[in-house]
Design a protein around this ligand. Structure first.
Ligand SMILES: [Zn+2]
Ligand SMILES: [Zn+2]
Length: 304
């Protein structure tokens, strides 16, 4: 027993020493604003036992028509559709919703005066799916992703299974994207609030990745299906996958981002895009990409 313990203790001690050294290092100039490691993320995604998800579905409930130059800086002002979407991660015994959509008033507010398509039937399907979900989790705290659990007739039903990060809650309490999204500390208590440092095992096959940048509470989601296919839901780190392919961020004056962190994320995603042929990287609003993935049966095109 003693013998088995000793090497472990030695390892702990050396780890502790390493930690002290790391703390004593002066803030190195080379340290990126944001970083992540796919090998670590893959390991975290295996921590929770159970059968992995079977498939992922996407549903578009509205569109914003914004020329490409807003999504990818330096692109020509060619027409481009931003899909307003939710995702559904289907397990054998239930499903989890990623993002909760928004009502028509928020769609109009986000459209800033433009008359843009909103699909009431699909929006109803989103509400139905939220009510049937085991849990709802959010890529970030912007109105088009979170209003569905903030301003909803089903608040009492949805809030306890809506899993918000501490940072997402903090933004909603202090600096929400729109005043309508503001919640008080008491209201925040109705939701299920989590906090983690870099990665968190969320469900079988599923790891959360902290990725502040687009908003303080942004996170990416790495999901391995039962089939072995891997997915990375990147939320709004890029509005269009061309941002990942060109490592070039947005040029949208109405969005205030930590551009250094977002650029680090785009660089990381670009590397994965080139190297990881089994990994499907999905941007929440890239209508071109969703259509292609649905056609290739890598995403389901309707909720179930
Ligand atoms: Zn956003
Ligand atoms: Zn968005």
């Amino acid at each position: 027993m003693k013998r088995a313990l000793l090497p472990g203790l030695a390892l702990l001690l050396s780890l502790a020493t390493l930690a002290v050294h790391a703390q004593q290092q002066p803030a190195a100039a080379a340290k990126p604003a944001w970083s992540a490691d796919l090998a670590d993320i893959r390991r975290v995604a295996t921590l929770i036992p159970g059968r992995k998800p079977l498939r992922i579905n996407v549903l578009k409930f509205a569109e914003s028509h914004r020329t490409k130059n807003f999504s990818v800086k330096g692109e020509p002002a060619t027409p481009s559709v931003q899909a307003r979407t939710v995702f559904q991660v289907v397990y054998a015994d239930g499903y989890v919703m990623v993002d909760a959509g928004m009502d028509l008033p928020m769609h109009k507010q986000i459209g800033r005066g433009a008359e843009e398509p909103y699909f009431p039937e699909q929006a109803q399907q989103v509400d139905k799916a939220l009510r049937g979900a085991r849990a709802i989790i959010f890529t970030h705290e912007h109105g088009d992703h979170i209003t569905g659990v903030i301003r909803t007739p089903y608040l009492a039903e949805l809030a306890p299974k809506s899993i918000l990060t501490r940072t997402q809650v903090h933004t909603l309490e202090t600096t929400p994207q729109f005043p309508d999204l503001r919640i008080t500390e008491e209201q925040a208590q109705r939701y299920h609030i989590i906090d983690y440092d870099q990665y968190m095992a969320f469900a079988p096959g599923w790891a959360l990745i902290k990725a502040p940048g687009h908003t303080p509470g942004s996170q990416m989601m790495f999901i391995t299906l039962d089939s072995g296919r891997e997915y990375l839901l990147i939320g709004d780190a890029a509005w269009h996958m061309d941002s990942v392919r060109k490592v070039t961020g947005k040029d949208a004056p109405w969005i205030v981002e930590d551009t250094t962190a977002v650029n680090d994320q785009l660089k990381w995603l670009n590397g994965l895009y080139d190297r990881e042929k089994n990994l499907v990287i999905i941007a929440s609003h890239d209508d071109d990409e969703h259509k292609e993935l649905v056609a290739r049966k890598l995403l389901g095109g309707r909720l179930e």
